[in-house]
Design a protein around this ligand. Structure first.
Ligand code: GDP
Ligand code: IMO
Ligand code: MG
Length: 423
């Protein structure tokens, strides 16, 4: 049974948590493969509203093994808090597995994320300040500490002391901050290690074995295609690879294991943090999306910027992820707009770009070329069959599939799992 990859096709918050939760019914394993607790995935099911940052969105289901794979950066204190929070709601986390190769977010990563952002001033990225960028930077520089280091105090201390010497020099001399204390960090992290020990595993091997046994594996992306370090709107991106290729690297699987790549796409576009956003709509329509869609960041509470659907992005996401289908979310939010707009291309210096432009300047300065469609006034929250959607809403969905070159398989009309229509 081949694995399924689920990725965001925009700048995150497309509704990956809801989509994963729905598909979890048909899965045995749900795996996070990159990012860290910069993610915020909301799942509404069985009377719960869960906001998950690190734990995969399949955790609610007893039959599912949740896996935090090699490519994730883990803040162990946050992970334990999230596990405790789930336990207070009666959700069992005993089957959660964490890769021994996953890198650790350390206290100096959090500190550096804050101070470097401040240093960038007007050029700042608006990160989630969870230490993500600094942790991935250390991983690439080969000075990261990993989950497996939590199980050996001597090695942990040895590695930490070397790194901390440099980090403390930077924190105190460049950023005028107080140096961090190695003993304190060792004490805290050994405590985390003790609690996490039963969950530490060779997750690549576990997943490979599961696939050989015909088990069903869903690889749940965090962030989105346009936040990808290599393929997103660099430098306004995160420091990992949310795209489908990143799922293979992050989980430790080969490309032959995957047959289905689902692109989760919001029926409009949002973005938290800084960076280009060609279809951003600061007028009444954007405000309406923001309010009706409750567009506030799950992790940082920041107001999300909103704008019209951008077919250039979905076409690009289809290419760089090899999407086999779309899962379209939040169509209900668009009810009541008298005119719907879809961006079909960008215009820059007299030239039309139907494909995502290859240069940052073009993306920053591009003017969207819109196609207008009819709106609809009917509430969609109660719709359960594709044929019950108003004709204008169906036309909107079909136009998105046409322009993206990928079929829409699911349309979501509300946050609850049953508020989903199969096409
Ligand atoms: P993720 O990061 O991709 O998992 O998305 P978030 O959870 O950060 O943001 C999506 C928000 O939209 C959450 O609050 C969901 O409960 C909500 N949501 C998901 N699908 C729908 C939908 O079809 N309609 C509405 N109204 N809300 C939805
Ligand atoms: P989910 O999984 C939306 C954004 C931040 C910032 C940039 C870099 O919920 O879709 P980072 O802290 O990663 O270094 O910040 O990326 N960002 C997200 N935006 N959804 C997310 O996750 C995000 N994770 C990071 O706002 O612009
Ligand atoms: Mg989110």
């Amino acid at each position: 049974m081949p694995a399924t990859i689920l990725v965001g096709t925009q700048w995150g918050d497309e509704g990956k948590g809801k989509a994963t939760d729905l598909l979890a019914d048909h899965m045995d394993y749900v795996v996070r493969y990159q990012g860290g607790n910069n993610a915020g995935h909301t799942v509404r099911a069985g009377g719960h509203t869960l906001k998950l940052h690190l734990i995969p969105s399949g955790i609610l289901y007893e039959g599912i093994t949740s896996v935090i794979a090699d490519g994730v950066v883990v803040d162990p204190g946050v992970l334990l808090e999230e596990m405790d929070e789930l336990a207070t709601r009666g959700i069992d986390t005993s089957r959660l597995l964490v890769s021994s190769n996953a890198h650790l977010i350390m206290p100096y990563h959090l500190e550096l994320d804050r101070v470097t952002e401040r240093y960038l001033g007007k050029l700042q990225l608006g990160t989630t300040k969870r230490g993500i960028g600094p942790a991935y930077a250390d991983k690439a520089a080969r000075i990261g500490l990993r989950i497996q280091d939590l199980t050996d105090e001597k090695i942990f201390r040895q590695k930490l002391e070397v790194v901390l010497k440099e980090k403390n020099a930077i924190l105190s001399r460049v950023y005028n901050r107080l140096p961090l204390d190695a003993d304190e960090i060792v004490k805290d992290y050994m405590g985390y290690g003790e609690r996490l020990a039963p969950h530490i595993a060779d997750t690549s091997s576990v997943l490979y074995g599961a696939l050989r046994q015909g088990k069903r594996v869903l690889l749940e992306g965090a962030q989105g295609t346009l936040l990808d370090l290599d393929h997103g709107t660099y430098p306004f991106v995160t420091s990992s690879n949310p795209v489908a290729g990143g799922a293979l690297v992050g989980a430790g699987l080969g490309p032959k294991e995957v047959a289905r790549v689902i692109g989760v796409t919001k029926a409009y576009v949002t973005r938290v943090g800084a960076g280009p956003f060609p279809t951003e709509e600061t007028g009444a329509a954007g405000e309406r999306m923001q309010e009706r869609g409750q567009e506030f960041g799950t992790t940082t509470g920041r107001r999300r910027r909103c704008g019209w659907f951008d077919a250039v992005l979905v076409r690009y996401a289809a290419r760089v992820n090899g999407l086999t289908e779309l899962f379209l979310t939040k169509l209900d939010v668009l009810t009541g707009l008298d005119r719907m707009r879809i961006c079909v291309a960008y215009r820059y210096e007299g030239r039309l770009y139907e494909d995502f432009p290859p240069h940052q300047t073009i993306v920053h300065k591009a003017e969207p070329v819109y196609e207008d469609l009819e709106g609809w006034t009917e509430d969609l929250e109660a719709v359960r069959g594709y044929g019950d959607l108003p004709p204008a809403a169906r036309k909107y969905v079909e136009r998105i599939a046409d322009l993206g070159g990928v079929p829409v398989r699911h349309v979501s009309v509300g946050p609850h799992r049953d508020q989903t229509v199969e096409t």
